[in-house]
Ligand binder design. Structure first.
Ligand code: NAG
Ligand code: NAG
Ligand code: NAG
Ligand code: NAG
Ligand code: NAG
Ligand code: NAG
Ligand code: NAG
Length: 541
């Protein structure tokens, strides 16, 4: 079967176009030094870390890839052009280190770069070598040394002076396909981890190129809760691209590292696991506390991560009282739901089962294993500041889908003020843009039904305001949404994609103040920033 037909068939079967290189059918798990040692790890530290991965029991629950990051390389190739390590830092050599790792029952990962040099600075004008132009030679060398995994970064990809370009003037994909093909030519099974920080929207092209692709700029170090929020919002539009062999990489774990609370470590770990990101521990396991080992070793949550269906959780709902609901299917027909408490304080959170399409289910708490029993419609419990609920929902009863009456933003009966103006989305549809500051969009003639009151609305919008760095609302925009001139609610709406022609459909919001009959109006505004561009408003029928 030719490649195109093989890919088409794979797509028809799974809905996901994935690299079929025999590995990473479930997302990889392992250890990487970067978040704890940056580029400064030596042979003794690698050996101690590999030992600790085994002795902690974490190898046995699935963390089997022991990977290098930047700093192991030399600044020069050998006279024959072969990749070299820093012989001061790795005195026994990389082949010996690979053997050490393999003898512990682990798999061995190397790190290189799709540019002229690798990331980060050696000092002075020297650079660690990259693999651009040496793809086959380096793939041969790495696999001869025993590599089972390659993390492939993207520094100096444009030229020898530009360390990193978030918006590069070249296409990145050919650099990555060159190494994919070189690895395939070696005949060794190697997990191929694309690390280009989400530039050029890799979820939309990297499925047939690598086994995973970074979706965002680094999580740290230093870790911070704001980094988690930035990355989680950035995942919203691309969860559907994850599947066996092809994963969204949310970056290395910060669990165990100072800068996050224990509850934040838990939210981080559970979300990464249920989103099917590769799980690479990046803390010092020789000193890790029992709390840290318990989070990383939670076998119920690891089972979700390693579930053979390989579907990511998807964004379902963001409540204005500061929590998110995400959910996705598991192979046994059950559903995993992850609720994120964004609030800076403990709060009571109500899980509305219809948000995940169910009216009743048997709930198991995956943190503790506690059987919470059969629940109808809602389950309410207290969640600590920045904590997460992780529920497995079995024997689910499907909820009837909510019916919406849809109103298009471009309709001539709507009222636009200030700078708000329609923008063509494609040849047959428009959105209304420049909502915010003085720009407002008011839908008129909206049906409040026989009783009015509170209604669920469903918003379809475009927001390509994505960011590499933390902002006030990282990878999201706020809209103030009010009914009939009443006090607006503030919706935090994640990006819909990396280009302005990609819509997000079905952002749910509860609005009150509807009156009976068809004389309601609904206004979108934002007094001090831009709101998303609106495509449509659906109102619960
Ligand atoms: C090689 O390793 C030594 C010892 O860690 C370090 O001092 C030196 O900076 C490294 N050189 C390069 C080019 O990375
Ligand atoms: C090693 O690489 C550096 C660039 O990083 C270069 O300036 C230097 O001449 C090279 N040394 C040798 C011996 O080739
Ligand atoms: C390197 O590329 C950057 C853009 O990524 C450009 O601004 C810079 O001028 C280039 N430098 C050279 C020496 O070509
Ligand atoms: C939560 O704390 C952060 C950091 O101190 C702050 O920026 C944010 O405004 C707080 N959020 C709320 C809702 O108070
Ligand atoms: C709205 O604000 C823009 C500046 O952001 C200004 O150019 C425009 O004239 C204003 N329009 C109205 C109708 O006030
Ligand atoms: C234009 O976009 C709308 C909204 O996504 C879609 O329903 C429609 O099919 C698109 N039309 C064309 C011609 O692409
Ligand atoms: C929306 O309804 C409010 C309250 O009835 C009214 O004051 C306002 O003028 C209406 N706006 C539009 C654009 O119809």
């Amino acid at each position: 079967m030719d490649t195109v037909r093989a890919l088409t068939l794979a797509f028809l079967l799974s809905g996901v176009v994935a690299l079929d290189n025999g590995v990473a059918r479930t997302p990889a798990m392992g250890w990487n030094p970067y978040n704890v040692y940056l580029c400064n790890t030596d042979e003794a530290q690698y050996q101690a870390a590999a030992q600790a991965l085994v002795q902690s029991g974490l190898k046995d629950v699935g963390y089997k890839y022991f990977g290098l990051d930047c700093g192991w390389q030399s600044t020069n190739r050998t006279s024959s052009g072969t990749f070299m390590w820093n012989a001061t830092r790795i005195p026994s050599g990389i082949p010996a280190l690979a053997e050490y790792v393999h003898e512990l029952g682990l798999l061995f990962g190397v790190y290189s770069d799709a540019g002229y040099y690798s990331c980060d600075f050696v000092g002075g004008t020297a650079h660690w070598i990259g693999s651009l132009g040496y793809e086959q030679s380096d793939a041969d060398t790495f696999t001869e040394w025993g590599a089972d995994y390659l993390k492939y970064d993207n520094c100096y990809a444009v030229n020898k002076t530009d360390f990193v370009d978030d918006y590069p003037p070249i296409q990145e994909e050919p650099h990555y396909t060159a190494m994919r093909d070189a690895l395939a030519n070696t005949g060794r099974e190697v997990v191929y981890s694309i690390c280009e920080w989400g530039v050029q929207d890799p979820a939309r092209w990297a499925g047939p190129v690598g086994n995973s692709w970074r979706i965002s700029n680094d999580i740290g170090p230093p870790p911070s809760f704001a980094n988690l929020q930035r990355i989680i919002n950035q995942l919203v539009p691309i969860t559907q691209f994850a599947g066996p062999g092809a994963w969204n990489d949310l970056d290395l774990l910060e669990v165990g590292n100072a800068g996050l609370t224990e509850e934040e470590w838990e939210m981080h770990f559970a979300f990464w696991a249920a989103a099917k990101s590769p799980l690479f521990i990046s803390t010092d396991l020789t000193t890790a506390s029992n709390e840290v080992l318990d989070i990383l070793g939670n076998e119920r949550i690891i089972a979700v991560h390693q579930d053979p269906l390989g579907k990511s959780i998807a964004f379902k709902r963001r409540y204005t009282d500061d929590y998110d609901v995400w959910a996705g299917p598991l192979a046994d027909g059950s559903v995993v739901a992850v609720l994120l408490n964004w609030a800076n304080a403990t709060q009571s959170i109500t899980f509305d089962l219809p948000d995940v399409g169910l009216s009743a289910a048997y709930i198991t708490d995956l943190w503790t294993g506690a059987e919470l029993g059969t629940t109808e419609l809602t389950y309410t419990t207290s969640v600590g500041a920045h904590g997460a609920l992780v529920f497995k929902l079995s024997n689910g009863v499907l909820a009837p889908p909510t019916q919406f009456t849809t109103y298009l933003a471009e309709s001539l009966s709507n009222v636009l003020t200030g700078g708000a103006t329609p923008r063509a989305l494609n040849s047959s549809a428009s959105v209304v843009g420049y909502i915010g500051y003085n720009g407002t969009l008011t839908f008129t003639g909206v049906d409040g039904g026989a009783t009015g009151g509170t209604k669920l609305v469903s918003l379809t919008y475009a927001n390509a305001d994505y960011t590499f760095y933390n902002t006030d609302c990282s990878n999201c925009r706020r809209a103030e949404v009010g009914v009939n001139g009443g006090a607006p609610v503030i919706a935090e709406m994640p990006i819909s994609g990396q280009s302005w022609d990609i819509l997000f459909a079905g952002y749910l919001l509860s609005l009150n103040g509807f009156v009976p009959g068809t004389n309601n109006n609904v206004t979108f505004s934002n007094y001090d920033a831009w709101a998303p561009d609106m495509y449509s408003l659906g109102v619960q029928a």
